[in-house]
Design a protein around this ligand. Structure first.
Ligand code: NAD
Length: 457
């Protein structure tokens, strides 16, 4: 089938590459010439396991093209996926300017029937706005082409995006029940057929419910994290171990083991903005989503938890102190730094006078770019960050190590070496990677999240 992907970012590139892998003829559009050039030169603008091979294979086979040519992109695909960003607006609601710009482009150039698929995460009712934008452009040029707007939110996880896209738990598709909607249904059914060979994974529903499902899923996941973080902080006070509690509750099938890890807060491009956007949608209807307000507030606090623990241990004046930080990306297997907890910790340490040495297996370049923006008003603080070549290098003469991202490479370090490199063996573990009892045994002063009962003397 002929497919166009508008927006060649994390979601668009993975969607385009994976649909090409299944034999479709895919045209990926982006407004970012730099990104398109990288891709056309055989490179890859993001770190995502397995993606480079899929892109290379399908480019070579002539099934995957990258371009900034809007007219050609509209002419190409019978199905036009909109996968552009939907960042938070100033008030936290989803900024739809890129989605609507993509819709207008389609309206300006389309001739025959098109299925327009909202793959970006967009608030309930966006499909109607996309339809209106396309219709306005068609009317402006006196054209009369039929189309249908479908909602097909994406559930892939960065770091496992190719695997998630190729083997989805579920595919959510919302179509309307007009004649055009039925035509769109038939095309979407055909496109996703290869994913349903083993068993049916598609949930067909109305457009608004599909739009809502994506927000509901992310809000639920964020809620589980904030819930566990809040309990972890309480566990520290009452002398309980949050990891034991996690196992204890997770064994109940109604609760389940997934997504119950306490840590130093969630980040990334999705949870923070989607929780906020859902709250703003509710406020637009004079409703307050009290649970989600708390989820967001707890997360803001939790991102500060490592900084607070460090200040409690070393005092408010950190001048002359030096810290190692392992992990910058918001989660492992990605270089994405959007809303990463590491940014909050670094700001806290530097503002209190410390110097830091940071290490991340893939996010260093992205970190340099993002931190330059974070510290644009205080460039002198940026000079206090050293980018280390490997985890052990970061530890050199540090007063303590703080772990922010649970990369696999950090799970079993050579602790003799860690102790030798650090000025003193102190670890603040924002992802509960290590066993407190083992740390005590080997003489490491260990600060986890919700686990202090196991290290109390
Ligand atoms: P991204 O920022 O990585 O990519 C968006 C791309 O769209 C950019 O390359 C940008 O240059 C391009 N773009 C903007 N306007 C354009 C236009 N008019 N025409 C063509 N290209 C344009 O964003 P992302 O992380 O891929 O997210 C895209 C959407 O998918 C968001 O709504 C996000 O919430 C959602 N989503 C993201 C993830 C994730 O893990 N990143 C998962 C599920 C859903």
């Amino acid at each position: 089938m002929k497919i166009t992907i508008i927006g060649t970012g994390y979601v668009g590139l993975v969607t385009g590459a994976c649909l090409a892998e299944l034999g479709n003829d895919v045209f990926c559009l982006d407004v970012d010439q730099r990104k398109i050039d990288i891709l056309n030169n055989g490179g890859i603008p993001i770190h995502e396991p397995g993606l480079e091979e899929v892109v290379a294979r399908n480019r070579a086979a002539g099934r995957l093209r990258f371009s900034t040519d809007v007219a050609a992109s509209v002419a190409h695909g019978d199905i036009q996926f909109i996968a552009v960003g939907t960042p938070p607006d100033e008030d936290g609601s989803a900024d739809l300017q890129y989605v609507l710009a993509a819709a207008r482009n389609i309206g300006q150039h389309m001739n025959g029937f098109k299925v327009i698929v909202d793959k970006s995460t967009v608030p309930v009712g966006t499909a109607d706005r996309v339809s209106a934008a396309i219709r306005a452009e068609l009317e402006a040029r006196g054209a009369d082409a039929e189309f249908s707007v479908v909602s097909n939110p994406e559930f892939l996880k960065e770091g496992a995006a190719v695997e998630d896209f190729m083997r989805p738990d579920r595919i959510v598709i919302g179509c309307d029940d007009t004649a055009q909607g039925q035509k769109a249904h038939a095309l979407m059914h055909k496109l996703y057929l290869p994913f349903n060979r083993n068993h049916e994974r598609t949930y067909w529903m109305d457009v608004r419910s599909a739009e809502f499902t994506k927000y509901a899923a992310n809000a639920m996941l964020a809620t589980r994290i904030s819930f566990m973080n809040e309990l972890a902080n309480l566990a520290d006070h009452v002398g309980a171990d949050i990891e034991a509690v996690r196992h204890g509750i997770g064994s109940d099938p109604r609760i389940g083991h997934s997504f119950l890890y306490a840590g130093c807060g969630y980040g990334g491009s999705c949870f923070p903005k989607d929780v906020q956007a859902l709250e703003r949608t509710a406020q637009g209807h004079d409703l307050n989503l009290l649970i989600l307000q708390a989820v967001e507030a707890v997360n803001e606090q939790q991102k500060q938890v490592l900084g607070k623990k460090i200040l409690k241990r070393f005092g408010n004046d950190l001048s002359g102190r030096h810290f190692a930080v392992w992990g910058l990306a918001f989660k492992p297997n990605t270089d994405d730094m959007r809303a990463a907890s590491s940014r909050v910790l670094l700001a806290e340490l530097l503002r209190h006078g410390a110097t830091v040495a940071v290490y991340d297996p893939v996010a260093i370049e992205e970190a340099k770019r993002v931190l330059a923006l974070d510290f644009v008003d205080t460039p002198e603080l940026l000079q206090k960050i050293r980018y280390a070549a490997n985890p052990m290098d970061a530890l050199d003469k540090a007063d303590a190590l703080a772990i922010v991202t649970e990369w696999k490479a950090f799970r079993s370090p050579d602790f003799d070496q860690v102790k030798l490199s650090l000025k003193q063996p102190v670890i603040f573990d924002g992802r509960n990677l290590f066993e407190p009892s083992v740390m005590t045994e080997i003489g490491v002063e260990y600060h986890g999240i919700g686990r202090s009962v196991l290290t109390r003397k």
